[in-house]
Design a protein around this ligand. Sequence first.
Ligand code: FCB
Length: 484
Amino acid sequence: MTTSFSFPSGFHWGAATASYQIEGAVRDDGRGESIWDRWSHIPGNTVNGDTGDVACDHYHRWREDIQLMQQLGITAYRFSIAWPRVIPTGTGEVSAAGIGFYDRLVDALLEVGITPFPTLYHWDLPQVLEDDGGWPERRTAYAFADYATAVADRLGDRVKHWWTINEPFCVADLGYRVGTKAPGRHDHHDFLAAAHHVLLGHGLAVTAIKAASPDAQVGIVANVDNHMPRSAHPADRRAAELAHAIHSGWYLDPVFRGEYPEAAVNHHHWDQREVAPGDMEIISTRVDHHGVNYYTRKLHGDEGIDDLERPAPILHADLHRTTMGWEVYPDGLRELLVRFNEEYDLPPVYITENGAAFPDEVVDGAVHDGDRRDYLERHFSAAAEAVAAGVDLRGYFVWSLMDNYEWARGYGQRFGLVRVDYETQERILKDSAHWYASVIAAATGSIEASEEAVDDGGDEVGVEGLPADEATVEDGSVDQGDGA
Ligand code: FCB
């Protein structure tokens, strides 16, 4: 099989992580407790009772981890900043040690030519703020903006690309209504209030970051599944569209259109009592870039509403699945990117997460994860097709740089390009990492590529170990697929 993908010049080739999933050191240097510390320690909440107490011990091994990034050749790194490390009491005083960690990390990344793309909130709310009501309280949005100011004041001279919130759906819906993520609440109204305040916090933070660092590029990261109808039957289409409105439109319409999607508002019976005058203007403050996390699709039919009050998804038996149970469906990435590009006035877009968990095995010191490499290759191709269809895609962050704490699913789900042995903290580059390194090297010209391999418009990459000019197809012949 040969595949090719071509991305514009200057494309950011990255990998992503999140603080609670990799850092460990949860009590070091005065770090405050987060909702994940609290919730993961409650028996029954996570697989095997796993917690992020130690995780990949990145807080102590970050230098070694930057060396891994160099081995991969990534040009950009998306990580998250732990609010309770920076402001242990949630509001007020900044911890010199806490911010110092990220300060050194940023310097070290820049020194080796890796552009930092930090996320301010990847789910680790200071527990004190949850004790004070958490995201369902409006004041949490303002506390978030103050925290954004504190971080941007200290790092904004060097960090130019920011993400405010990671996956507002997971924060609000899974954290406050479904309860499968911290803080694990089960309250419909709390969810509605949390969702609005998370978006409000995002909008406030955009302005706060730019006040501290006027040339900053700021955006939000949303998780989007491709919600597809099982057939062209109107009932199936309605179910898929409602699911799309509940999961994606709920968070994207406010940011890009200044309003909530009516179908989802009606579905949730929301009277919008939390929406104060001016909120929607704040939430729709123009962003400079947009982050898309894509993993899978959901197929819907007229199956009714599930116990989470959402159109029930159907699993398609023919599709390969990851160990998360997620169907592998690369076309969905292209379809969604093209759809969003048509429906919203989008700024430049980044794939901020894409990757897969598979049952890796270590054999003679190596991990032959052909399934992960295949997953990535097919998704890169789908993303390149979206570019050919007019999407302004600027970068791609593979989830994840290394195996890590997969939230309530614990350490059993391995998403890394790099294998982590949690007993010894030894890291091994998996085959997918070596492959990704060769893709990046070819694309960035850091290995010798034949002249034909690089066209005027961008960096074209050949794969399967062939010289790029033998392995690629011409731009014009890239299959746009039926979803484009
Ligand atoms: C996303 C999260 C990320 C990771 C991946 C697998 O929802 O943002 O932290 O858990 O899923």
